[in-house]
Ligand binder design. Structure first.
Ligand code: C5P
Length: 226
């Protein structure tokens, strides 16, 4: 059958990426983690002194730097690797420090316009699963399949905390919960393409679901659409 575009949006750490990556693998589609792109821009800003010591973003410098920020994905034996100007930054972009700075960076309209343009290019041949905050509302409003994920903040923080500690990062559950809630707040209240559920998206609260249950749910939805 014809290939489609699948948009998976939702709150921070609501299980979007895990589910999206698995579906893409199962059905032979390309998976794109749009959050990784915002994280890579944030890492660039941190490295170039574009985030001020008080945590605010020098938006003007960042916008000037956009032409020199190249983001790409490479697939190797370790899975999908996010590349920033040719360097693999997959681990660097997952730190709590990047998480703490990413939402203000992602609220800058010119940053969004630049990344949305790249995301649309990646989707022009269809056969893509993309996850993020505005994929079904802004990036691909005509996507044939749209999902919007949520879970309680505590559940989401718990998952994220486990993920980070499994990687050996030393963080507290309280810091992770605070970060999840702070990002949700900034993402929902920004002017430019705020986080919201598209009218034609299927909502999923996965608070009480296992990863296998979520994967099955998503595959069933895909099968019912195609
Ligand atoms: O998906 P992830 O949690 O890695 O995304 C990190 C941050 O990037 C989000 O909190 C949000 O501020 C931003 N983001 C966004 N639009 C997207 C994907 C991510 O604004 N499509």
């Amino acid at each position: 059958s014809d290939k489609i575009i699948i948009a998976i949006d939702g709150y921070s750490s609501s299980g979007k990426s895990t589910m999206a990556r698995k579906l893409a693998k199962t059905i032979g589609y390309r998976y794109i983690d749009s959050g990784a792109m915002y994280r890579a821009v944030t890492l660039y800003a941190m490295r170039h002194g574009i985030i001020r010591p008080d945590g605010s973003v020098d938006a003007e410098s960042l916008v000037d730097s956009l032409p020199s920020i190249n983001i790409d994905f490479r697939v190797d034996d370790n899975g999908q690797q996010t590349m920033l100007n040719g360097e693999i930054v997959e681990n660097e972009i997952r730190t709590l420090e990047v998480s703490n700075h990413v939402s203000p960076v992602a609220a800058i309209p010119a940053v969004r316009h630049s990344l949305v343009r790249m995301q649309r290019e990646m989707g022009h041949t269809k056969g893509i699963v993309m996850d993020g905050r505005d994929i079904g509302t802004v990036v691909f409003p005509d996507a044939e399949m749209k999902v919007f994920c949520n879970a309680t903040p505590e559940r989401r923080a718990e998952r994220r905390f486990k993920e980070l500690t499994a990687k050996g990062t030393s963080v507290t559950y309280e810091d992770v919960l605070a970060n999840v809630m702070e990002r949700d707040h900034i993402d929902m209240t920004r002017e430019e393409s705020p986080l919201r559920c598209a009218e034609d998206a299927v909502a999923l609260d996965n608070s009480a679901m296992s990863i296998d249950e979520q994967n099955d749910w998503l595959l069933n939805l895909y099968n019912s659409i195609t």
